[in-house]
Design a protein around this ligand. Structure first.
Ligand code: GLC
Length: 819
């Protein structure tokens, strides 16, 4: 019989692995197997320039310094002069807009300068440093910084870089880590891991984002170590004077990203790895999940209760039990005899149905997905060509190689029937990949890696990202011009281009409420905007108080979903009695009231790379040490959120950053750069609005777009200094925004002791339905005599019982003058 060609992996390129090698692969730092020799760069002997790339050589090893943009410089090391293929799942396009740069040779070094940064390469030591042209702040190599250890067993190097850790330096980022926001003094590993019930400081977790931000002397810079192998970061744990990052293979390649503000670094990292596309608007609504809602009658009952109790909700999730024996893309017909009808009935009541899809495909010759995968050799193979098999929910499974473009295309099409039935969102879980017993795949599993080939050592950390990419890209085609909605558990830098994330299997404890709060902020500054926790905690039992506090925080998680494990008590917003139900309703309603603001903040992320959640230190970079008020954050730049994370709390201390702030609930004006003790009874959570904000509000609805909007509330907060606010609007579910069909409104507020002026400018091609604003001016400092809209006096204004000046306005461009 003719031997069939493996379409994914060229057999000639396969690794030849003996038992010895295998043992070593599974235990790569076990030096008893073969000696490992450390090698260092010598003195710089040669320099060559090719366009925006500079090659420095010590006669054998070569280092490439590439000017990616005025603010981003990439460094790569080729231990024996030959660079690996320049391919990255994280960075689709390396070069950005480069203006002018020049190299100068001095006695002891070469300097390459852009308009903002100088990269200096020392001739004698090969040390590389980056110097901010304005602030002179430096990031500098330690002696023998870039080095490698040859390991002939698997044909690669362990690669290392060590930088100086400045005395006052602090570190942030790395996406998915548990513990304090500041990473200084800790060491981390990146290896995507199913970390059920993880704890404070547990590492590694589900996702790998090898990007950090360093801040010292009030200036920030970033390092993105684009390496998918198991990688490590040490922020002064082993040696307080050193920051190191290293990996168990691949190329030593990192991007230096210039600041000087943390926001600059975050935005520039987004310019490399991408932003999240605009999500369907309904996905910003409240979402209800459980492992699992079944049968159909249960799902319907949950939906009915939401509507009867008037608690807004946009989506209901079906966890693994909707499937037939956990076979993906099938239905359990006993529980769901007619899913199409059920989904339609739910949709008629305003609910979207979201279903889970896992990567493990049940080994079963009568199962079409398995058969197609097997016949086309889409499943991962071991080094000697045997199948990669492991046990997950369905029992014995094989796993698609999502790093193959062909497999991704196939996988994307598998969703066709579900999409056709009306399923609106897809939840990709267990994609670290998780395997019962062994944890994950063995290292020798081969992957196509988009033609660049690799073992699981290289592909492990991108497996989940490529799975959800396959899902997203497939859905994009199937749904034509509609926006897909996907959620992933595992991922790698750049995953935000394809999916939202939740933080995995957390626990119903107060500590986890704190972990989740910091985790979401950390994901946010690490390029992953659309994130949230399992509200209430996945495992364990929250009481009513903890659940309500979690809902309150969840209003300000970009992704707001309650979820719980199957062996826990019922966990819906009404499960803890009327008292807590009322609180939960009030806060979920708040989410819907703030919808136009939340959506506008998403646009600021998508279009301009701003993170959605902005930790306090992003507002006051000088307050970086000692995790000062790490529980507070801004949602966008107008709302400061101070969640209540302590059991029994009835008030809490808040720190307000520079500026003037309004208490969202009471309208009390507070001055920033100071701490305040504020009320925080169980039915409230401290929220502050920046003076000068224009905060748009929709009327409460039971789900997004339940009713046509006929007017929008504009909450206008008086300010003595000029403040701009933005509001973004579009169709909410299409990609028309990519053709500029959207509206960006810009409001400007400026007042004094006797006047207040509000302007609105509009740009864009989208026309909203409503024509009316219900304006509520808060904090007016004087007795109002006159209100002029575009120089025309209006008499129809009033001061309400809360002291707000109220009037209507039906103009698109306007100037309002109040005196
Ligand atoms: C994993 C997921 C969890 C899900 C469960 C069953 O533990 O993290 O969210 O409910 O699997 O599918």
């Amino acid at each position: 019989m003719e031997e069939q060609e493996d379409p994914i992996i060229d057999k000639a390129e396969m690794m030849d692995e003996t038992e010895d090698v295998q043992q070593h692969l599974n235990n790569p730092v076990d030096v008893s197997v073969k000696p490992i020799i450390k090698q260092y760069l010598g003195a710089v002997k040669k320099v060559k320039k090719e366009g925006n790339r500079f090659y420095f050589s010590d006669g054998d090893a070569r280092v490439e310094v590439r000017i990616v943009s005025d603010e981003i410089i990439r460094v790569r090391l080729a231990p024996h002069g030959v660079f690996l293929d320049d391919f990255s799942y994280a960075v689709p396009e390396v070069d950005q807009k480069v203006s002018v740069f020049k190299m100068v040779e001095l006695d002891d070094c070469y300097t390459i300068s852009t308009s903002t940064v100088t990269c200096r390469v020392e001739k004698a030591t090969f040390h590389i440093s980056f110097i901010d042209i304005v602030t002179s702040v430096v990031m500098v190599d330690e002696p023998n910084s870039m080095h490698w250890e040859e390991n002939v067993d698997f044909g690669g190097y362990y690669i290392y870089a060590t930088k100086k850790c400045q005395d006052e330096e602090n570190f942030f980022g790395l996406g998915d880590k548990s513990g304090n926001f500041n990473l200084r003094g800790r060491r981390f590993e990146n290896w995507n891991t199913d970390a059920y019930s993880f704890g404070w400081n547990q590492d590694p977790l589900y996702r790998t984002i090898p990007f950090y931000i360093g801040i010292h002397d009030k200036a920030a810079y970033g390092i993105f170590f684009d390496n998918t192998f198991k990688s490590y970061f040490d922020f002064g744990e082993e040696d307080v004077h050193k920051t190191s990052f290293w990996a168990d293979g691949g190329e030593l390649q990192y991007y230096y990203i210039h600041g000087p503000h943390m926001m600059d670094v975050v935005k520039r990292y987004a310019s490399l790895t991408g932003t999240h596309p605009m999500p369907p608007k309904w996905t910003l609504g409240y979402q209800q999940c459980r492992w699992s809602y079944y049968p159909e009658a249960k799902v319907k009952d949950i939906a009915k209760q939401f509507r009867d109790r008037k608690i807004p909700c946009d989506a209901i999730y079906l966890d693994i039990d909707y499937m037939d024996g956990y076979r993906c893309f099938t239905w359990n017909k006993k529980y769901f005899p007619d899913p199409r009808r059920m989904i339609k009935e739910l949709a008629d009541d305003g609910f979207k149905t979201v279903v889970m899809i896992d990567p493990g495909i049940k080994v079963d010759d009568d199962y079409w997905v398995f058969k197609e995968g097997k016949d086309n050799k889409y499943f991962c193979r071991r080094s000697d060509d045997y199948f990669m098999e492991g046990h997950v929910w369905p029992g014995r499974c094989q796993f698609p190689d999502f790093t193959s473009p062909k497999v991704r295309k196939w996988w994307g099409k598998l969703y066709e029937e579900l999409v056709d039935m009306g399923v609106a969102g897809f939840w990709n879980d267990m994609n670290e990949p998780a395997v019962f017993g062994s944890g994950t795949f063995p290292n020798d599993v081969r992957h196509n890696y988009d033609g660049y080939r690799g073992s699981h050592r290289k592909a492990h950390n991108v497996y989940g990202m490529q799975m959800v990419r396959a899902t997203y890209e497939g859905l994009k085609k199937l749904m034509r011009n509609k926006r897909p909605f996907t959620i992933t558990r595992a991922g790698y830098s750049g995953m935000q281009r394809y999916a939202s994330v939740w933080t995995g299997d957390n626990v119903a404890t107060w500590e986890h409420l704190k972990i989740g709060n910091i985790q979401c902020q950390r994901l946010s500054v690490s390029g992953v905007p659309f994130c949230g926790t399992d509200i209430g905690g996945f495992s364990g039992e929250p009481d009513g108080e903890l659940f309500s506090r979690w809902i309150q925080l969840g209003v300000f998680s970009p992704f707001m979903r309650a979820h719980s494990a199957g062996d826990t008590a019922e966990r819906e917003p009404w499960s803890f009695g009327d008292f807590y139900e009322d609180i939960n309703r009030k806060f979920i309603e708040l989410r819907y009231r703030l919808m136009p603001y939340l959506y506008s903040v998403f646009w600021e992320h998508h279009r301009y790379g701003f993170p959605i959640l902005r930790p306090l230190i992003m507002l006051e970079q000088e307050n970086v040490g000692n995790n000062f008020r790490q529980d507070e954050f801004c949602y966008g730049d107008k709302l400061l959120i101070c969640p209540v994370l302590e059991q029994g709390a009835v008030s809490r201390k808040v720190y307000l950053p520079k500026g003037t702030w309004y208490n969202f609930w009471t309208h009390e004006v507070l001055v920033g750069e100071s701490e305040h003790e504020v009320e925080a009874q169980i039915d409230s959570m401290p929220i502050f609005v920046r003076a000068g904000s224009v905060l748009p509000e929709y009327p409460v609805m039971q789900y997004v777009d339940e009713k046509a909007i006929t007017e929008v509330f504009l909450n206008i907060y008086h300010s003595d200094y000029e403040v701009n606010s933005f509001m973004y609007e579009d169709h909410g579910d299409t990609f028309a925004y990519e053709q500029d069909i959207y509206l960006e409104k810009k409001f400007t507020v400026k007042g004094d002791e006797a006047h207040l002026k509000i302007n609105q400018n509009v740009a864009g091609l989208y026309t909203p339905n409503y024509e009316l604003y219900d304006c509520n001016v808060i904090g007016v400092k004087f007795k109002v005599n006159k209100v002029l809209i575009d120089s025309k006096e209006i008499t129809d204004f009033s001061i309400d019982e809360r002291g707000r000046l109220r009037f209507k306005c039906n103009k698109n461009f306007f100037e309002i003058q109040i005196s």
